[in-house]
Design a binder for this molecule. Structure first.
Ligand SMILES: [Zn+2]
Length: 125
């Protein structure tokens, strides 16, 4: 199951069939289009936004991802780097901005995967 979620997240693929793309572009740094999603999977017709407001839940995933990033970098700082608190906070804030597009997309794909089971590589209808 974790393998299926990782594949879907890293390849921007539909969680049900692993064929169609979820987001329109694979480039997370395309700031005009990084958040544009297909309405349905081009292969299996899975509707990505199951109901209005479905992706509000992805904010919790995004929060967890950023908290994990904060804790991980904090531990690395304490154990190895010993940066001052202000330097560390500046680093973390810059990386939060830099990682925002990646976190946005990753959290949405993880959220979709919570509610959709991989059913094998389905052929087009
Ligand atoms: Zn699909």
């Amino acid at each position: 199951m974790l393998k299926n979620i990782l594949f879907s997240v890293t390849k921007n693929k539909c969680p049900k069939c692993h064929q169609g793309n979820i987001f329109v572009t694979n480039n997370v740094f395309n700031l005009r289009n990084f958040d544009k999603m297909h309405e349905k999977c081009s292969n299996c017709d899975l509707k990505f936004e199951k109901e209005p407001g479905f992706f509000y839940g992805a904010m919790f995933v995004s929060y967890a991802l950023m908290a994990a990033w904060f804790v991980t970098t904090w531990c690395i700082n304490i154990l190895f780097l010993n940066l001052s608190t202000y330097t560390y906070l500046a680093f973390v804030l810059l990386t939060f901005v830099f990682l925002a597009t990646i976190t946005f997309r990753t959290s949405r794909i993880i959220w979709i995967n919570f509610f959709t089971k991989f059913e094998g590589k389905l052929n087009k209808k």
